[in-house]
Design a protein. Sequence first.
Length: 184
Amino acid sequence: MAEYRLKSPLSDADAHKLRAGDMVYLSGLVYTARDAAHKRLTALLEQGEKLPFDLRGAVIYYVGPSPAPPGRPIGSAGPTTSYRMDSFAPLLYKLGIKASIGKGRRDLKVREALQEYGGVYFGATGGAGALLSRCITAARIIAFEDLGTEAVRELEVIDFPLLVINDAYGGELYATPDLKAAGL
């Protein structure tokens, strides 16, 4: 297992050097989107409308952060369960996103899309939202403000800790029969 420091937007080369089990410290821009936002993004695409952010090389974090306490850009920002976005993810990977961040396993169609379009799925530590928020230096709503916590936000992150769960080659950390043998 390797360790990388990457900056978003991610390139094809970035995605293709990663393997399931690798540790990544991500810096740069990350976009938040959960169920309701994914439905709206998909509707915009179906209508031929422009999206609120460029999908090329983008990283989407499945999170609904809590309100920001005084002096902080964001509140607790832990990952939500990813399978709720599985019906939307293949299209977004096809259109250029390089990574998504969440928790839990992805379905077969998502794993196939990662291979076909050269993407990765990162796991963030569930239950550590307050700790993860320390890596977020700025946050601003860029779309669907009426969705409240599920609005699309642009986050600036520094050394956001992630684990590669699914890679662009079909590797899956959760499929490793003995995580101890994988160094975890």
